[in-house]
Design a binder for this molecule. Structure first.
Ligand SMILES: Cc1cc2nc3c(=O)[nH]c(=O)nc-3n(C[C@H](O)[C@H](O)[C@H](O)COP(=O)(O)O)c2cc1C
Length: 187
């Protein structure tokens, strides 16, 4: 019996340590196809993806800046710069958007869980192709101005900005909790 599995090797890379090359369009398609294979009650696929690369990241940077100022007009300049710099750290950002469908059978929470599973598949597929990635949210993910500018509808929520690129640094193995602290047998 093997003591390890390839998914145990999944880890996040800090966004600032992700550089070119990012997945090209063909690789991104494969990553998103993997995302779309996530478990999904009712086959609703209640999510969509927005990919942002190259100069479009500058537009997202401006949006993050405006949103930050709208949240707090007296914001510290250093904090404002930090927010604006976020999208410029990595070559590719995949915004995972939950697209909630009014269903008598599939509750919203299950649709959010499907969207989360799809987001996780983006991480797994990126790593399997040799890229680094990280799932980030923060205030911008829950900001009405950001959602408006990205074209989200009333029934849509940003569940994460997934930053993807080639890791510039080696990440030390991360601690994984003892299984026994998170598992009990019902007997
Ligand atoms: C829904 C969600 C949102 C997250 N948002 C952030 C975030 O805004 N900032 C952050 O530092 N980590 C965030 N994380 C955690 C990172 O994605 C990552 O899992 C964490 O740094 C641990 O690294 P690991 O994946 O290598 O264990 C988030 C994770 C999830 C699942």
């Amino acid at each position: 019996m093997t003591e390890t599995l390839k998914h145990l090797n999944r880890y996040s890379t800090p966004a600032a340590a992700l550089s070119e090359p990012a997945p090209d369009d063909k690789q991104l398609r494969l990553i998103l196809k993997t995302a779309l294979s996530a478990p999904d009650h009712g086959r609703l696929h209640p999510y969509r993806f927005i990919s942002i690369r190259g100069d479009a990241r500058q537009k997202l940077s401006e949006i993050f800046g405006r949103a930050t100022l709208m949240r707090d007009p007296d914001v510290e300049p250093s904090y404002l710069k930090k927010q604006k710099d976020k999208p410029l750290r990595s070559p590719l950002i995949v915004v995972v958007v939950a697209h909630l469908i009014d269903s008598p059978k599939i509750p919203e929470i299950e649709q959010m869980l499907s969207a989360g599973a799809a987001a996780h598949n983006v991480l797994l597929a990126s790593n399997a192709l040799g890229f680094g990635s990280i799932w980030l949210t923060g205030a911008n993910a829950y900001d009405a101005h950001v959602c408006d500018e990205l074209g989200l509808e009333e029934n849509e929520r940003i569940i994460g900005f997934i930053y993807i690129g080639t890791p510039k640094i080696e990440i030390p193995p991360r601690p994984i909790p003892e299984v026994s602290t998170h598992h009990s047998k019902w007997e």
